[in-house]
Design a protein around this ligand. Sequence first.
Ligand SMILES: C[S@@+](CC[C@H](N)C(=O)[O-])C[C@H]1O[C@@H](n2cnc3c(N)ncnc32)[C@H](O)[C@@H]1O
Length: 275
Amino acid sequence: MRKLLNKLLIRFGLLLTKAPQLLADKSLQTSELFPAELTEKVTVRATQNIPRNDLFDIFAADTNVHKWHHYFEIYMKHFARYRDRPVKMLEIGVFRGGSLRMWKEYFHPDSTIVGIDIDKSCKAHEIADKNVYVRIGSQADPNFLAEVSGEFGPFDIILDDGSHKTHHQIISFGALFRSALKDGGCYMVEDTHTNYWIKHVDSPETFIELSKQMIDMLHEPYFNRKETNFRLGHADAVQELELSYLAANLESIAFYDSIVVFDKKLKTLPKSELR
Ligand SMILES: C[S@@+](CC[C@H](N)C(=O)[O-])C[C@H]1O[C@@H](n2cnc3c(N)ncnc32)[C@H](O)[C@@H]1O
């Protein structure tokens, strides 16, 4: 009852403040600075081709997985480097367990694959003797996420394929990126097209909007500074800076159609050299 009331309050509050944006699916806004030849409409066609890679072959052999075809190239691009050693992976969203089995087969056999889901019936997809575990709880509950991370983490890979609600994506990223993801780890959020669909947007800013802000955070060292502050041997060069945790630990952000990937790596200060 309290949960329902909270949900209604959030929705009502949002409607008051963001009514025009929330009452319609987003329309595409583009800057007038784009030349017309880049924004003019061109035709894109459907294809019958299927992806050709190891992971798609594993996917195609199981009937209980739900994935978009174009994700497989992206998974391979970001996950292939983890295949040669045992990894710990957390997937938010178990559904019929197919993706847990797919990851188990794709990664090193000694890997630990953990799925979380709000639906109790998903527990049936646990295969404990193969290090595939399922825990039941909400991705919007930081305490639950901390418990899972305490039990199995920190993880090499975290994949958010859960509710696809924007406030859930935001809470999970906020709760997991710092303490549950290893240095050198990868955090992937999929189905971010839902950030443009009214029924999934339930936060004042979408996850995609926060991801765009993280592009600025990647550049935090440069705000109000100049090149000589980073130049090797220069009198103005700074030796240390106070940066936000994200700025200090985010190596890169990759945006794809419906997927955002964050690579985590503790940075040192950038330096330039004039020879
Ligand atoms: C898209 S399905 C997962 C599909 C699965 N990863 C696959 O590839 O086959 C989404 C899952 O998220 C779960 N879910 C919905 N809300 C959730 C929440 N708040 N916390 C955790 N899981 C949630 C649903 O029960 C559903 O099983």
